[in-house]
Write a protein of this length. Structure first.
Length: 375
């Protein structure tokens, strides 16, 4: 805080110091200047004046000597000093107003795309750096906003197209069931099963559309409570049992003790659920590992699965809105690209961090959450 105040006052101090130095120099210079003039006049030989008239010479010398020793002499010095001070003050105000005008013009250039770099006077170099930083950040945010908007629009188009596929299939099979009253029971059960499967897929797609709407219109609000982490993770593993069985996967939970968190249980369950679902869909091995440790007042939760390596570029972008590492939109794994972005926001609201590493063998998601003393 003190450093910021020093930076803010730096320009004022420099400007005021220059003004003060000028006044001091002017104050010293004026008397010296007049004294020098007096000495020069006293040293000069006015023989030419004496030659014209010795009376005029005598009167001139007497007047000059009386004047230099009178109060009028000092009044003239004071008036000259005052005039100089006002001139310096005018220069100071002119300088200050030039700074104000320069900053005002630069503020208009912040949103001017035709201007690549804002230039200010040398004295305003800190402001210049800050304004150029703001300009770059503004352009970056605008570009990211456009990219996210385009991703969202593309995703809505894709999902709308995908909605039509299961819906058309459902209508087709249900129409056959309606038309063929005497259809064999075995065939009827098959068609009902296919229609049910398509309806589940339709439900998933509709939920993804709701996620997009909620993520853009709502601010995540936490309702914190005491959470027994082992109990939560075991419950989530049980909830995912049908998906794990379908994909022939199993989860091993490694946890030395029952760690306690203080946070929003529903929101954190969504985070852990997203990570389990990703591991389930993308793992090439039948084993998924969840390891929980405590260190330096933080709980560290690692979700590990074997799978195809994710490039560093994709790892960097994986937590962006609407970004999907799997570009496929027709499979069950081709989600809205919001799961990890929402997870990141939830974890950071809890004061934690979420990250990913991926090599040729393992992909690991790391969730770090602070431990709060509940006593």
């Amino acid at each position: 805080m003190k450093n910021k105040e020093k930076k803010k006052n730096e320009l004022l101090k420099k400007t005021y110091a220059k003004f003060t130095i000028k006044i001091i120099i002017w104050t010293i210079t004026i008397p010296i200047f007049f004294v020098l003039i007096v000495e020069i006049i006293n040293a000069l030989d006015f023989q030419w004046l004496y030659d014209i008239s010795w009376k005029r010479y005598y009167q001139f010398v007497r007047f000059f000597r009386n004047f230099t020793s009178s109060i009028y002499f000092f009044i003239i010095i004071f008036i000259v000093w005052i005039v100089g001070v006002f001139l310096f003050l005018y220069q100071l105000l002119k300088k200050v107003f030039s700074y104000t005008e320069a900053i005002f013009d630069a503020s208009n250039e912040l949103l001017d795309k035709s201007v690549d770099y804002i230039k200010l006077p040398t004295e305003l170099e800190p402001f210049e750096r800050q304004m150029n930083h703001l300009k770059k950040e503004s352009e970056k945010n605008e570009r990211l906003a456009k990219e996210n908007e385009q991703k969202k629009n593309d995703l809505v188009v894709y999902l709308a197209h995908d909605l039509k596929t299961p819906l058309t299939s459902m209508i087709g099979y249900l129409s056959l069931l309606e038309e063929m009253k005497d259809m064999p029971l075995k065939q009827k059960e098959k068609y009902i099963g296919i229609a049910l499967e398509k309806s589940y897929r339709l439900e998933d797609l509709i939920n993804e559309l709701f996620d997009i709407a909620r993520f853009n219109s709502e601010t995540i609000v936490l309702e914190k409570e005491e959470i027994h982490l082992r109990r939560m993770l075991e419950q989530l593993i049980d909830d995912f049992y049908p998906i794990l069985k379908e994909n022939q996967k199993k989860i091993e939970l490694k946890m030395d003790k029952n760690s306690i968190l203080y946070g929003d249980s529903d929101k954190l369950a969504r985070v852990f659920g997203n990570l389990i679902q990703n591991a389930c869909f993308y793992s090439t091995d039948d084993l998924i590992t969840i390891k929980v440790t405590e260190k330096n007042n933080f709980i560290h939760i690692t979700f590990t699965n074997k799978g195809k390596q994710i490039s560093k570029e994709k790892c960097k972008r994986l937590f962006e809105k609407f970004y999907r590492a799997d570009s496929s939109r027709t499979t069950k794994t081709g989600g809205s690209g919001l799961g990890l972005a929402i997870s990141k926001e939830i974890v950071e609201l809890h004061g934690g961090n979420i990250s990913i590493t991926s090599d040729e063998i393992y992909t690991k998601f790391y969730v770090e959450l602070p431990i709060k003393n509940l006593k």
